[in-house]
Design a protein. Structure first.
Ligand SMILES: Nc1nc2c(c(=O)[nH]1)N(C=O)[C@@H](CNc1ccc(C(=O)N[C@@H](CCC(=O)O)C(=O)O)cc1)CN2
Ligand SMILES: Nc1ncnc2c1ncn2[C@@H]1O[C@H](COP(=O)(O)OP(=O)(O)OP(=O)(O)O)[C@@H](O)[C@H]1O
Length: 180
């Protein structure tokens, strides 16, 4: 637990230094573009701080005819839901500096989840914020594709997966598409 806490602090610092050094943007990997289908529900996120911004991936998903959803969070304990995010729809302030849809829409089931993370390894394990929001969402939607979105500096040699961790199917960074 302390290990993960320390890792999170270190990786947040690395991410901030990386983004401060030069502005970056993600390109859309062909392999990801090929996964998008018309009417597929793709969950994205609005970045907090120095997180990698999935906006180019979201734009490609919309061009492919996907429906986009965003996580909606109430607090650390409560499971997140995914709510529809129509293009240009207004967002409201949520906890943890999040921007999210207002909580009054009906939740929808994502088929592909663009997933924020703090650290990842080559075996496609991830460490997140530690609230278990995505771990629980992956358990709830086991058939959804899990695509990590990160800066390359968030890679670590090895993450010891916990029993509840579901590995990612692939990771997008500004440098590469990492998959099995
Ligand atoms: N952009 C984004 N949206 C997301 C997540 C995320 O990691 N990133 N989540 C992932 O689960 C969910 C929100 N859950 C969260 C749970 C805890 C903390 C948290 O503890 N934040 C730290 C500060 C982190 C920072 O400054 O980078 C804190 O409040 O101390 C944040 C989000 C859904 N939406
Ligand atoms: N399916 C689940 N149902 C209930 N609780 C879960 C489930 N999966 C994980 N959790 C709980 O959520 C917490 C996740 O902690 P962990 O340090 O693994 O978070 P994380 O890897 O940073 O992931 P996340 O991004 O999902 O927050 C643990 O306390 C764990 O017991």
């Amino acid at each position: 637990m302390t290990d993960k806490k320390q890792l999170r602090a270190e990786m947040r610092r690395a991410r901030e230094a990386f983004v401060a050094a030069a502005p970056r943007a993600l390109a859309v990997p062909a392999a990801l573009r090929a996964m998008f289908r018309a009417d597929m529900i793709v969950a994205a996120y609005v970045p907090i701080g120095s997180e990698a911004d999935p906006a180019p991936l979201v734009a490609a998903a919309r061009v492919a005819g996907c429906r986009v959803a965003l996580p909606h969070v109430v607090d650390r304990q409560t499971a997140l839901t995914f709510l529809p995010w129509d293009e240009n729809a207004a967002l409201v302030d949520g906890p943890f500096r999040l921007r999210q849809p207002a909580g009054d829409a009906c939740p929808i089931a994502p088929e592909l989840v663009l997933t924020p993370l703090i650290a990842f390894d080559r075996a496609l394990n991830r460490v997140g914020q530690g609230a278990g929001h995505y771990d629980r969402a992956f358990a709830q939607y086991p058939h959804a594709k899990r695509i990590g979105v990160a800066w390359s500096v968030q890679e670590v040699a090895r993450i010891d997966a916990d029993p509840w961790d579901a590995p990612l199917d692939a990771i997008v960074t500004e440098q590469e598409w990492i998959t099995r």
